[in-house]
Write a protein that binds this ligand. Sequence first.
Ligand code: FES
Length: 152
Amino acid sequence: MTEKVETILASLPAERRHLVLFLHRVQQEFGYIPGEALRMAADYFAVSPAEVYGLVTFYSAFRLKPGCRHEITICQGTACHVRGAPELAEEFSSLLGVKPGQDDLDKGVAIRTVNCLGCCALAPVVVVDGEYQGRVHKERVREILEKLTGMK
Ligand code: FES
């Protein structure tokens, strides 16, 4: 693990403004952000470990523990809500048999809801394994799940 984190660090300038990008890359690599990566980031970017931890816990996209293989995040912010986000959450939930906010380790899928993903013009927005998908309508949910889990 340490070697991979070192490689990610070496790909970025040691400037604080690259810290969030580093965290995204670590999570992409491991599926979560290991504690050792937090310590290494603090050293490399010359910030306090508390600052790194604060960033990780501020953004709901980051995880400090290993989670499910697949993660679906459905925005429930105002712009997404008025464009059908609640129905999307219901459709994902009913097709997968996984409730929003639940990690189903057997199925390897977690469904999360957040209050805004910062791209309201694309509402309703869903993030599937880190990939943002905009203007998702209920009829696309099955197609997304087929690609993700091979579900038919
Ligand atoms: S409300 Fe959904 S992206 Fe902002």
